[in-house]
Design a protein around this ligand. Structure first.
Ligand code: LMR
Length: 394
């Protein structure tokens, strides 16, 4: 049976990770997969997570099933983290998901079941898994202009012109904050204009919120989704605990659906649960339990927030240091945009040949579109990256 298959395309993020691991050179630099790293290049377990796990270990009474929608307290806490009461509770439903990708999948299935004619509009560029996920669910996708590699900024007027031409069968996938891969984000004023456009056209918003707390702060990063929630009667949000709780392998996230009224919200909830039941029955418990423990305990929550804030400010400091190091070597402001970007990534706008050269000659690994993971940098690595970029682009 399998002989009839054609080879499946490999995800480029995981292919790059494998190439990095196979490289034996000393001092190689990994700026690939979106995983937070400290100055030593490690991805530590957050202290608040460790403490929550200790508590869970000491108090756990059962390993029985959690249920199709997962942990209800976790879902409510995740809804509040994203929306902070911007929508009345009776119109919001959350389903625990295996990571942000799992949440996105549930939401795409919900959209497909709600409107089989829906088309998903994705930013150009976007996270490399967005299009394959939409294809997997069997929906068409199209792209809207988003990033200008010449300036490192959002092509906002072009983006808006496309959104203004959409209609009721169009779904706009927006990155809630910390745009992946570019690092270029909408300002609050630009969010307001996007929301006005959605109100006018009736296009349906899907917010991918995988990096809350990695940009300008937990509350600041939620500006767009909360402003949208106050104006748009129905929308969906995929949230993730992979990055801001560092729970990557534990797969915790939440699929959030907001309906026009409680009845519509219940219908959406039942459909999300039916998708989950038919695919994997119910979510894994551990990551969501950890998050529930942290968010429902004042002391642990405060500890988590300060750890998250330290990660965020370190990434901002890395941005400033990289922009400054390149400026000092090149005597130009060509890469200053890196210091204005926010989140885990920046798209440098380098041609693929330069990206290959940095890998082959300098053992510096970034995605082929020149996306770098800002957290993968530290003092000495920043200097070496700046040296290599300036030498390669001279
Ligand atoms: C990334 O963009 O590198 C992360 O979101 C990891 C992933 O699953 O692709």
């Amino acid at each position: 049976m399998f002989e009839s298959l054609t080879p499946a395309p490999q995800d480029k993020i995981f292919a790059l990770m494998a190439a990095y691991q196979a490289d034996n050179r000393d001092g190689k630099i990994d700026l690939g997969i979106g995983v937070y790293k400290d100055d030593e290049g490690n991805t530590p377990v957050m202290t608040a997570v460790k403490k929550a796990e200790e508590r869970l270990l000491a108090t756990a009474k059962t390993k029985s099933y959690v249920g199709v929608a997962g942990d209800k307290t976790f879902n409510k806490l995740m809804i509040d983290l994203a929306l902070d009461g911007a929508v009345p509770d009776d119109r919001v439903r959350g389903v625990q998901a295996p990571g942000g990708t799992g949440a996105l999948w549930i939401i795409l299935m919900l959209i497909q079941r709600s409107n089989p004619d829906a088309k998903i509009w994705i930013s150009d560029p976007s996270w490399p898994n967005h299009v394959p996920m939409v294809e997997q669910v069997g929906m068409p996708s199209a792209s809207y202009p988003y990033f200008d590699p010449e300036t490192g900024k959002v092509r906002f007027e072009d983006m808006l012109a496309t959104l203004d031409g959409l209609g009721k069968n169009d779904v706009v996938l927006l990155h809630g904050c910390c745009h992946n891969p570019t690092g270029a984000n909408l300002s609050p004023e630009q969010w307001d204009r996007v929301i006005e456009s959605l109100e006018r056209t009736g296009a349906f918003p899907l917010i991918d919120m995988a990096y809350q707390g990695f940009g300008d702060g937990l509350e600041e990063d939620a500006y767009g989704v909360r402003a949208l929630a106050r104006k748009i009667p129905e929308f969906v949000v995929a949230t993730s605990c992979s990055k801001n709780f560092g729970l990557y392998r534990d797969r915790a996230g939440c699929a959030i659906a907001v309906g026009r009224d409680a009845k519509a919200a219940d219908l959406a909830n039942a459909q999300m649960m039916s998708c989950v039941r038919a695919a994997y029955s119910q979510p894994p418990a551990h990551g969501a339990e950890v998050v529930r423990e942290i968010l429902s305990d004042d002391a642990l929550r405060a500890e988590w927030k300060s750890e998250l804030e330290a990660m965020r400010t370190r990434m901002v400091a890395n941005r400033l240091a990289l922009a400054e190091a390149i400026r000092a070597r090149s005597n130009s402001s060509d890469f200053d945009f890196v210091s204005e970007h926010r989140g885990m990534f920046s798209l440098l706008g380098l041609p693929t040949a330069t990206v290959d050269q940095l890998k082959d000659k300098n053992a510096i690994y970034m995605l082929d579109d020149s996306r770098i993971n800002i957290a993968g940098l530290s003092g000495e690595r920043i200097e070496r990256l700046a040296d290599a970029i300036v030498a390669a682009t001279r």
